[in-house]
Write a protein that binds this ligand. Structure first.
Ligand SMILES: [Zn+2]
Length: 147
């Protein structure tokens, strides 16, 4: 754990500047300062929670409803095929989802096409496509139940 203050907590607290485009009780949406394309936004939780799946149900609903509403606005504001959404969080472990308007052949499209080609190529991943492995993985998730 770093001693540096969390950049997203600093924004939520109003101690760091940000281009905020939407907000509600639990979530805040701002422009990414390192955009893939014009209109690239991040929706963050107001509470410091490293991984999105550890949010409360109420926070999760807020995050995804905010993401949907802003994606509709991004789609109207910037020409795109659709608004891509994904979550990661390795660089800044405070829940955030990316909203990136994308078109065929742009930087993000090229990146995900390369990732999907990679996903289909390694031998160790080919085994996971086997029907028995797929059925076993589905059963494992179903049986994991609620926390
Ligand atoms: Zn934080």
């Amino acid at each position: 754990m770093s001693d540096q203050p969390c950049v997203f907590c600093e924004i939520v607290a109003g101690r760091s500047p940000a281009h905020v485009v939407a907000e509600d009780e639990f979530s805040l949406c701002l422009l990414d300062i390192n955009p893939f394309t014009e209109g690239h936004c991040l929706v963050i939780s107001k509470r410091h929670v490293p991984w999105w799946h550890d949010l409360t149900d109420e926070e999760t609903a807020s995050l995804f409803v905010t993401a949907k509403r802003v994606a509709e606005r991004i789609g109207r504001a910037f020409p795109s095929d659709f608004v891509c959404m994904y979550a990661r969080g390795r660089r800044i472990p405070h829940t955030h989802v990316f909203l990136v308007p994308t078109r065929t052949g742009d930087v993000l499209d090229g990146f995900f096409n390369a990732l999907e080609r990679f996903q289909e190529s390694p031998r160790e991943l080919a085994a996971l496509r086997d029907e028995r492995h797929l059925a076993a993985a589905a059963a494992k998730i179903r049986e994991a139940g609620e926390p």
